[in-house]
Design a protein around this ligand. Structure first.
Ligand code: B12
Ligand code: SF4
Length: 514
């Protein structure tokens, strides 16, 4: 079977969608074919791309390095051309909340032009609104949860017995010709010895990423699947519940030896300079396993790498071994500087001291650290956001990523937003507001104030406190504010940034300079 998989990425988030690489490798191994139609580097809207937005918000150092050579072609013409040339048996579409509306436009167009080709949809969103997606006339089947095995079964059964033969494929909901939906349960994917993802489906530009002001040839990889926590703004808890597994069963770690050997092949094939682990939580709480990983990693990979860290599970022993093996960059979820918001709104339990300990480790071992922060949270006030800034000043990360809270479907905090009247049950216009606007109508914190604080977060973080009055004056969008921003505040900010540590991850030693 030939599957044309569409990745309808309208917001130009450049990191590759890894799940599709896994699907491609499983299909290939079973004698099927998959081609990716990826809109990341096509101009799909007039809004800025993700990295450009980050640069505008002062979250990217040296924005000059960003040049993805975006093509200005018509996505629909391009897609038709691809379908005519490739002649797929199935069209697949992968959706998350911020690309669903665009994905739907694409599916409707495909159904109109190629009514005889079945359309299947997957990605995290199908797990949360399966009824809504399957009821669309342009959709013939949906895959729920992780679908490496499921999609192979689906293709095998379709090839051997036609559409009616696919009605009992696990993880799939399939529509028959009378519009009756055949629903099957979702099984947890056993990733222990999973096959490496096929990175050759991706455009090479996905591998070129900015980090600390320089571009590196890097690939995103994932060693573990799932997470042991259940934060309210994240979909993981609900993805886990679908499979009826407890958090320990849901958190899966692939065989170290197989993982490293697969990574070695990828490293050599793509001449990588940097490895970006996108695991939800990298297993720093398991020193024995980290030791095994580091020994093999040093021997076979020996490249600088990045991981995501949850401050509650870090053991210094593991941290030290990881640095010795090449760990050079960590991202730590701070999220909010206010403990009530953290515990009661985000369902995250840790103290400022827990966070400080991990940032101190990064400073002690001289690796680069970055904090993740969310603003515009339910019940949050301006003062709470200032607390987040204050905490970041103490933690002293090399960079702070700040995003506006969006109540994505599948996250339990969305229900709270609906209950409190902050959003309407139908609100789902994420692609227009991604990184640039809040969807929440809250009495204590206006949408304007959230944007103003997003625009000024880095300034409050880096500039001396005696400039706070001046920074406040440039927060809104008036000509006077712009004048203050451009002529007083930004020149000082840029000077401070120039004086900060510089990082060169290609160096084995002295990768930082002061
Ligand atoms: C790595 C990651 C990214 C990467 C890669 C994105 C990608 N599209 O893969 C980057 C950094 C680019 C990213 C960006 C964003 N992400 Co993200 N991301 C993740 C993360 C942590 C892991 C994804 C992953 O690789 N999983 C492992 C692979 C194997 O699983 P998978 O990608 O889901 O693919 C499997 C299935 O979904 C399915 N499948 C996928 N596509 C298809 C298609 C068909 C036809 C079929 C049958 C099956 C199928 O099979 C795949 C193989 O098992 C998840 C959290 C999570 N636990 O899933 C969030 C997550 C997917 N991201 C999310 C969001 C919202 C975003 C952003 C908006 C950023 C943000 N502000 O949070 C952007 C959106 C950009 C975009 N256009 O996709 C949400 C989605 C929520 C929702 N309701 O849709 C998640 C679930 C996190 C959360 N907040 O809860 N993300
Ligand atoms: S720790 Fe991260 S991945 Fe895990 S549930 Fe919380 S937000 Fe999601």
């Amino acid at each position: 079977m030939k599957l044309l998989m569409v990745y309808p990425n309208k917001v130009m988030v450049v990191r590759a969608p890894l799940g599709l690489g896994y699907i491609a490798s499983y299909l290939k191994q079973s004698g099927h074919e998959m081609k990716l139609f990826d809109t990341t580097f096509m101009k799909c809207s007039d809004t800025l791309g993700d990295d450009e937005l980050r640069a505008k918000l002062l979250q990217v150092e040296n924005p000059d390095i960003l040049n993805y050579n975006v093509q200005v072609n018509n996505v629909f013409d391009e897609l038709e051309k691809n379908i005519n040339e490739y002649e797929p048996d199935i069209i697949g579409v992968s959706v998350v909340d911020p690309n669903y509306n665009f994905g739907l436009e694409i599916m409707r167009h495909c159904k109109k032009m190629f009514s005889n080709i079945p359309i299947i949809v997957g990605g995290p969103l199908t797990s949360f609104i399966p009824d809504e997606i399957i009821k669309e006339d342009c959709v013939d089947a949906i895959g729920i949860g992780e679908c490496e095995n499921a999609i192979v079964n689906f293709c095998n059964k379709l090839e051997s017995g036609g559409w009616d033969n696919t009605f009992d494929v696990e993880n799939f909901w399939v529509k028959d010709k009378n519009n009756i939906i055949h629903k099957n349960k979702s099984m947890l994917f056993d990733s222990e010895f999973c096959i490496a993802p096929s990175l050759d489906i991706y455009d090479e530009r996905h591998f070129s990423r900015p980090m600390a002001g320089k571009m590196y040839k890097m690939a995103s990889v994932i060693w573990t699947r799932g997470c042991i926590f259940n934060c309210s703004y994240c979909a993981n808890d609900n993805l886990r519940k679908l499979t009826n597994k407890n958090p320990v069963e849901y958190y899966r770690i692939s065989n170290v030896n197989k993982f490293i050997m697969d990574l070695k092949v990828i490293k050599e094939k793509y001449k990588l300079e940097f490895i970006m682990f996108v695991d939800d939580i990298w297993p720093l709480h398991k020193p024995e396993l980290v030791r095994e990983f580091c020994d093999l990693y040093k021997k076979h990979i020996n490249l600088p790498f990045h991981i995501n860290v949850h401050c509650k599970i870090v053991k210094e022993e593991s941290f030290e071994m990881a640095v010795d093996a090449g760990l050079r960059n960590i991202s730590i979820g701070v999220e909010s500087g206010n403990s009530y918001i953290r515990k009661n709104i985000l369902n995250r339990s840790y103290t400022n001291e827990d966070l400080q300990k991990v940032f101190n480790l990064a400073h002690k071992y001289k690796i680069r650290s970055s904090s993740f922060n969310i603003i515009g949270l339910p019940e949050e006030t301006r003062e709470n956001i200032m607390e987040t800034i204050e905490l970041n000043r103490k933690l002293n990360p090399d960079s702070a990523t700040v995003t506006i809270f969006h109540p994505y479907r599948g996250c339990s905090l969305r229900e709270k937003c609906i209950k409190m009247g902050y959003i309407d049950n139908k609100d789902n216009k994420y692609e227009e507001v991604y990184r640039s606007e809040s969807l929440l109508n809250m009495p204590q914190l206006s949408k304007e104030e959230i944007i103003n604080l997003l625009n000024s977060f880095q300034l409050y973080l880096k500039l001396p406190k005696d400039m706070y009055e001046t920074i406040k004056k440039q927060e809104n969008d008036t000509p006077e504010s712009l004048d203050i921003r451009n002529n007083i505040v930004l020149p000082i900010f840029n000077k401070i940034r120039q004086q900060e540590s510089k990082w060169d991850f290609n160096k084995k030693e002295n990768w930082w300079t002061l």
